[in-house]
Ligand binder design. Structure first.
Ligand SMILES: NC(=O)c1ccc[n+]([C@@H]2O[C@H](COP(=O)([O-])OP(=O)(O)OC[C@H]3O[C@@H](n4cnc5c(N)ncnc54)[C@H](OP(=O)(O)O)[C@@H]3O)[C@@H](O)[C@H]2O)c1
Length: 283
């Protein structure tokens, strides 16, 4: 739809930003709900993040998303941030409040849990140990979300053990670091396995992980979404595990920002999934 002078404005800041699927995602919802609004890509260099954020209220923006490399630095550049951003160690969503204050939050953990619950509504991380591969930005948000939803044991497997230990210390709770070479044994008795490393992503090495020790009742979630069906998901599906792909988290994490800026709680339906899938296949 065409917009008027009263259009609500939001967008995404990143460097680079051209790869981002967020303009397609939010553009789909804006059209679907017939909203007088726009969501634009903003290529912002790291050294300009603070000034770019401070410009948002001056330009009448309702807020924006942040992607690589801005999420962590945003905690120092906003006026205040919500507990979700502190837990995740970064902000991916900015809302300009009624006083023009720049407020940061993280919706990555929310998106992760919402995607799991969409696939399996009864998912409850307190029932069995969770195994998370990776200790980067995405893993941190995921482990924090699992703990906040009652996880009693998280086995955190990372190539660099110091990084896993640091994350475990910062997040508190029952997070136990596991050496990368012990990753296959870590699957014993697990109820959830999450790949939050970049392994298996197009252009990256494959994730090598024998699944023999993983119970067939366990859920397997690969947050890599290019390709959508990773070799981990294919192997897990073949042995009967319930599988959740990375597109779910990508779509669900976008919803709280859209609602805050445009005033509509958006649905994550098949049409949206197909629209984003088309952008993943077209290169
Ligand atoms: N679906 C979604 O919505 C969503 C959201 C965010 C991210 N993601 C995806 O999640 C993945 C991780 O993102 P991130 O932002 O957390 O990245 P990051 O901060 O760079 O972390 C990368 C992680 O991968 C590990 N890793 C990289 N190469 C490895 C190798 N050869 N062997 C073993 N481990 C290796 C790193 O281990 P070290 O600590 O040892 O370096 C680290 O734990 C990416 O594929 C990203 O696209 C998906």
């Amino acid at each position: 739809m065409s917009i008027t002078g009263a259009a609500k404005l939001a967008g995404i800041m990143g460097w680079p930003v051209a790869h981002s699927r967020s303009p397609v995602l939010h553009g789909y919802w804006l059209r679907h709900y017939g909203i007088n609004g726009a969501y634009v890509p903003m290529a912002v260099k790291p050294e300009n993040l603070r000034r770019a954020l401070q410009t948002l209220p001056l330009l009448g923006f309702a807020g924006c998303n942040l992607t690589i490399p801005h999420k962590e630095e945003a905690l120092r550049a906003v006026d205040s941030y919500e507990p979700s951003a502190k837990r995740a160690g970064g902000a991916n969503t900015i809302v300009i409040d009624a006083r023009g204050q720049i407020i940061g939050s993280s919706t990555d953990g929310y998106g992760f849990i919402a995607a799991l619950r969409a696939a399996t509504p009864s998912f409850d991380p307190s029932q069995a140990p969770s195994v998370v591969l990776g200790a980067g930005g995405a893993a941190r948000a995921i482990v924090a979300a699992l703990l906040d939803h009652g996880a009693r044991e998280v086995r955190l497997v990372n190539r660099t053990p110091e990084r896993a230990a640091k994350l475990a210390k910062e997040l508190g709770g029952e997070v136990r670091g596991v050496l990368w070479k012990k990753r296959a044994e870590a699957l014993v008795g697990a109820g959830l396995l999450v790949n939050a490393t970049s392994l298996g992503m197009e252009g990256q090495p494959a994730l090598e992980l024998p699944l023999d020790a993983l119970p067939t009742e366990a859920i397997v979630n690969d947050i890599v979404y290019v390709p959508l069906e990773t070799s981990l998901l294919a192997a897990a599906r073949a042995r009967g595990n319930l599988c959740v792909d990375g597109l779910g988290m990508l779509l669900h994490q976008a919803a709280p920002g859209f609602e805050a800026w445009f005033g509509v709680k958006p649905e994550i339906g098949d049409g949206l999934r197909q629209a984003i899938l088309a952008t993943l296949q077209k290169k």
